[in-house]
Design a protein. Structure first.
Ligand code: HEC
Length: 153
């Protein structure tokens, strides 16, 4: 008899858990994080922090106006534009974070690594600032590139 009630109690716990699980509201932020979306261009505080990081660490090469070094299109050793005229937005968040953290010097490029200078959060902030400067349609195109990179369309 005792084991019967143990079973009833266990079944009740499972049922309540299942109802809770099914009834959870969909969580878009959770899903996008899982899909490799790291940048938050709509987070005002983060973007402001990113603007400061950019001015102190990136502007010397990529330009205070994000226009890159003059002649960058013809010379891969010059820093490319980070605005919509460059190719930064052609790459998913995960790759932008990796390039900023690891640089390209290790593979013969001229972008220095920032992994020892900036925290992961600073790197996300500075790239979120860059994305916040893109026109709406470029941001939408970049969202699609992120989804494709995550294998979701
Ligand atoms: C010393 C100059 C220099 C500084 C400072 C610098 N970069 Fe770069 N960056 C470059 C160069 C040069 C490239 C192109 C490298 C290559 O193609 O190998 C590049 C490329 C990149 C790319 C890849 C862009 C693309 O379209 O492929 C990203 C992202 C990037 N930089 C972000 C940053 C950020 C963020 C900072 C500041 C935290 C920064 N860079 C500071 C020189 C610099």
């Amino acid at each position: 008899m005792k084991s019967y009630w143990t079973w009833v109690a266990a079944a009740g716990v499972v049922l309540v858990g299942a109802i809770w699980w099914a009834g959870r509201p969909p969580s878009p932020s959770g899903n996008t994080a899982a899909a490799g979306v790291l940048l938050k261009p709509d987070d005002k505080a983060l973007v402001e922090r990113g603007a400061r990081v950019y001015a102190q660490n990136c502007a010397t090469c990529h330009g205070a106006d994000l226009k890159g070094q003059p002649g960058w299109r013809r010379n891969p050793r010059l820093a490319p534009a980070h605005d919509e005229t460059g190719h930064t937005w052609h790459h998913p968040d995960t790759l932008l974070v990796a390039v900023t953290r690891d640089g390209t010097v290790f593979r013969g490029g001229a972008m220095p690594p920032f992994g020892k200078v900036l925290s992961e959060e600073d790197i996300i902030a500075v790239l979120s600032f860059i994305k916040s400067r893109w026109p709406e349609e470029i941001r939408a195109a970049h969202d699609r590139i992120n989804r494709r990179a995550a294998g979701r369309g």
